[in-house]
Design a protein around this ligand. Structure first.
Ligand code: SF4
Length: 460
């Protein structure tokens, strides 16, 4: 696969770093956004069509059908249809959507209200011919069950949605266009800017927003990540679902505090930060897609590491976040970041690469080291399958975030220690390998819970 002929990346930072409820960006945030979009479209239907509508049906296909129950996809769609967006969703939702009074759990249509409930959701075929595994079809039905209006949505990873006929949103041209790491590095060499500065300039050009507004908004994203760490460490007890998984972040943090060996203490802290956010995600708490919900623990762990163990301040953190975004954009643009499309290499692997880049950029290393750190982290996640047990984002996902954070740190150390001219694998090569491996990967290992640990582990 050649990345050179692809159009330049025009993804905005805040499309990529989305806050919303866990446990899954593709199975919770994306379907919720589809529900909101369908509700908006129903409000614009011609009166004659709206007048004939009596009910709504949402058919979940592919991985959304296979693991949608464990991921809470059904309730996420209903929450979106009820008008709650991922960013403004109260903490009790989507899990508590069915407990809301009927007047708050409904869709307005032609001056009437259609009450929402589980009858609206159909777990349909796992195998289908649509271009993305995570497909959902929202339908407005008439009194004889006929379809008056429908939309076919694709949840393409990281909380992004598309639909049949979708085109890229119109926006400004990036000042420094790139579709590959090679093109990004060429801008660095020509301009003397850092990767972080290039991402910031492009964000201003793409969105029209000013530098200060963008950085303030980025600080807000970082704050959500920080708060997820704190909540996760303070929480205890069992996570939702049938697996009976206990939260461990608080125990890890307490053991870290009591530990006298500085290396063990450091490792325990890093594990505690990653567990904390991953457990929050599994419990449906508010996290940031970095790049997805399932992998949302890696970057906050790196963030806490930079703040608490390297004593770095807000500017270094902003730069780290911007460089991490560049790595995530490249992976999404050229391969994929959804477990249902490319396996867990696209989630934890990309999160680890982003974390490694964040560490290298925040600590002030040059762009080649930032790239090499990301490359090393991604390379050693290639082939990683997605096999969530019971369809819950708990086993292997929570521990896997801690492993991704540790690899991110180690990758940044190795990259910083070596002569960049001697580094043999580029990030473009690793992303290409991830895309090819993902395409070849059997669908059993792509978020369907039909293979791997999801089958090997017997629930008791
Ligand atoms: S195994 Fe990886 S890709 Fe799959 S749900 Fe868990 S974190 Fe996401």
């Amino acid at each position: 696969m050649s990345t050179a002929k692809r159009p330049p990346i025009t993804t905005s930072l805040f499309e990529f770093f989305k806050s919303g409820p866990g446990p899954s960006s593709s199975h919770t945030i994306g379907p919720m956004a589809a529900g909101v979009d369908f509700r908006d479209r129903l409000g614009k239907l011609p009166p004659a069509t709206a007048a004939g509508g009596v009910d709504i049906r949402v058919r979940l296909l592919g991985s959304l059908s296979a693991t949608g129950q464990g991921h809470g996809t059904d309730k996420a769609v209903l929450t979106g249809l009820a008008g709650f967006t991922p960013a403004d969703c109260p903490p009790s939702l989507p899990r508590g959507i069915l407990e809301l009074p009927p007047e708050k759990r409904c869709v307005p249509l032609g001056g009437r209200s259609l009450e929402l409930g589980m009858r609206n959701i159909v777990f349909d075929s796992i195998d289908h011919d649509y271009p993305f595994s995570n497909t959902l079809i929202c339908e407005l039905l008439d009194s004889s069950g006929g379809v008056l209006f429908e939309m076919v949505y694709f949840s393409v990873g990281g909380g992004f949605i598309q639909w049949e006929g979708w085109t890229h949103p119109l926006r400004g041209e990036p000042v420094y266009p790139y579709a590959s790491t090679a093109e990004l590095q060429a801008h660095v060499e020509e301009t003397g800017l850092t990767i972080a500065q290039i991402v910031l300039h492009n964000e201003m050009a793409i969105t029209g927003a000013g530098r200060r507004d963008i950085l303030e908004k980025l600080d807000g994203v970082v704050d959500i990540m920080r708060r997820a760490v704190d909540r996760g460490i303070a929480a205890s007890g069992l996570l939702p679902g049938t697996l009976h998984v206990h939260r461990k972040a608080g125990d890890l943090a307490r053991q870290a505090e009591a530990e006298s060996d500085p290396l063990i203490r450091f490792m325990l802290h890093l594990n505690a930060y990653a567990f904390a956010v991953s457990e929050e995600n599994a419990a449906g708490g508010i996290i940031v897609t970095t790049p997805t919900c399932g992998s949302a623990g890696v970057m906050p762990a790196v963030l806490r590491l930079l703040e608490r163990h390297f004593s770095l301040g807000p500017e270094a953190i902003q730069n780290g976040m911007l460089a991490a975004a560049a790595i995530g954009f490249l992976a999404k643009h050229n391969a994929g970041i959804a477990g249902a499309e490319v396996g867990c290499q696209g989630e934890i692997g990309v999160a680890s690469a982003m974390g490694a880049a964040m560490l290298a950029q925040a600590r002030g290393f040059p762009a080649r080291i930032v790239e090499n750190a990301a490359e090393i982290a991604l390379e050693h996640h290639l082939g990683l399958t997605c096999d969530p047990v019971g369809g819950y984002v708990q086993i292997p996902c929570i521990e896997r975030n801690a492993m991704g954070a540790l690899k991110a740190y180690n990758a940044s150390l190795v990259a910083a220690a070596e002569d960049v001219k001697k580094h043999r694998v580029t990030l473009d090569m690793a992303i290409e390998a991830m895309g090819e491996t993902g395409r070849d990967m059997n669908s059993k290992y792509k978020e369907t819970s039909r293979g791997g640990l999801a089958v090997a582990m017997v629930e008791c």
